[in-house]
Write a protein that binds this ligand. Structure first.
Ligand code: MG
Length: 448
């Protein structure tokens, strides 16, 4: 059985048990060269129990453990370079419901471990042997990671720009964002109102994923308090979404498009490129093209983004759900640095006006029931259609067909018995027409 998914090993407590966490962490320790390993966890109720298993496992195979305690994912990943660590294990199920937890693994270069590299770790499971009693690794507590992360972000932000003292409402969602965001934004000179700012592993304030439906309280607060912006993070702080001054929700890939405008607008080096996944809105590619910057696409999942940015430099990386990588800082999606850059931007002009520079697209989502065998058949039909019709397409992760001012992706769900169709166009009617057309093509009801 494979344990690693797209980004780490995820499960409810009866699946990701302390016993499994211990065995996997021993194998991870060996895979990472029995070196210096950072361990962090979020505030979930199962976190401390799993931490004990992870820390014991790493020490038992001879790793030196640097336990930074409760910290966000970008904080743990930022500390890898700073502490010259050989990797980290983050105990966090990100945006999942509170009964879930996960082990996310990142190597010494800051690259998250993909499913494929996870298989290499799983191969070691049968041959794990603890070291001799006098060779077990030291376990050290390190208590200043959050403060160091905040200071490092501040060093990248031009605080003179923030003298206008924008009013921002921060929805920490009872997650680890509470450790970073309120202090960071106050230090930067913003007027801060915090929602759900107490860490609580049951996530009583709102579900951990910052979807529009889940941040209704934030949207209402921005309007009633007359704030310049609202910001909400997921449970481990790598993903961020915004609410503009009029209370409009800014979805993840538009957050990324804003970052592209902000960064590339400050000047681009010749030959600069940006990276994103095949599920990201064309708005991102459109804004990058304005600066003469090409977009490179990867499979869906943070590890693939990281790997691609490691393989060939890029000015920025980002995914459709609001995770943005600033490579001059770390290869982690950092929701705090991303939000701090926005604070700088809104002192130049309101968020709504920045958003006016991002082309509007409409999308339609579909799913078709399909078992593993049918998934291959359906995707195969779409690929054949794209080839026969000489369309511009990528088949990195499912099949994405690129059309003028529109695109459609047909891809198998990694975890559920569905093939998903996602179509995007400048008009809602065109997006629907495309979704209908590709549903028929996938089902074999329409010949290409
Ligand atoms: Mg996350």
């Amino acid at each position: 059985m494979a344990y690693f998914g797209t980004n780490g090993v995820r499960g409810k407590f009866n699946e990701l048990t302390p016993d499994l966490a211990l065995k996997l962490s021993q194998a991870i320790g060996i895979y990472l060269g029995r070196g210096r390993i950072i361990v962090a966890r979020d505030c979930r109720l199962t976190g401390e129990t799993l931490r004990c298993a992870v820390v014991a496992a790493l020490a038992s195979v001879g790793c030196k453990v640097i336990d930074i305690g409760i910290a966000s994912s970008p904080t743990a990943e930022f500390m890898i370079k700073k502490l010259k660590a050989d990797g980290c294990i983050i105990i966090s199920a990100s945006h999942n419901p509170p009964e879930w937890n996960a082990l996310k693994v990142v190597d010494g270069k800051g690259v998250a471990i993909s499913k494929e590299r996870g298989l290499e770790i799983e191969k070691l499971l049968g041959s794990v042997a603890a070291v001799q009693w006098d060779r077990i690794g030291k376990i050290e507590r390190y208590d200043t990671a959050n403060a160091e992360h905040i200071e490092a972000i501040k060093a990248l932000i031009d605080s003179k720009k923030i003298k206008k003292k924008p009013k921002v409402i921060l929805d920490c969602g009872n997650g680890t964002a509470a450790l970073i965001a309120p202090k960071l934004f106050r230090d930067l000179g913003c007027e801060v109102i915090t929602l759900n700012g107490q860490m609580d592993g049951t996530f009583p304030g709102r579900p951990s994923e910052p979807t529009e439906a889940n941040v209704k309280e934030l949207i209402a607060a921005v309007k009633t308090k007359g704030a310049d912006a609202g910001v909400a993070w997921d449970g481990d702080g790598d993903r961020v979404i915004f609410v503009d001054e009029k209370g409009n929700y800014v979805i993840g890939d538009r957050v990324y498009a804003l970052c592209v405008i902000w960064k590339l607008g400050k000047g681009t080096k010749a030959g600069s490129e940006i990276v994103t996944t095949v599920a990201t809105s064309k708005a991102v590619e459109d804004v990058a093209r304005r600066y003469g910057v090409k977009t490179r696409y990867t499979a869906i999942g943070a590890p693939y983004l990281c790997e691609e940015m490691m393989r060939k430099p890029a000015a920025l990386g980002g995914e459709e759900v609001g995770g943005v990588i600033w490579p001059e800082f770390s290869l982690a999606k950092d929701g705090f640095l991303t939000a701090a850059k926005m604070a700088e931007a809104i002192c130049e002009k309101p968020l709504g006006r920045w958003l006016g520079e991002v082309p509007a697209y409409y999308n339609v989502k579909r799913k078709i029931d399909a078992d593993d065998k049918q998934k291959k058949v359906l995707i195969g039909r779409v690929l054949e259609h794209a080839k026969k019709s000489r369309l511009d397409y990528f088949d990195i992760d499912g099949v994405r067909v690129n059309l003028k001012d529109a695109w459609v992706i047909v891809r198998p769900s990694g975890t559920e018995p569905y093939v998903r169709i996602f179509a995007e166009a400048r008009e809602g009617t065109e997006a629907k027409r495309l979704a209908d057309e590709y549903e028929k093509i996938a089902k074999g009801e329409k010949k290409g």
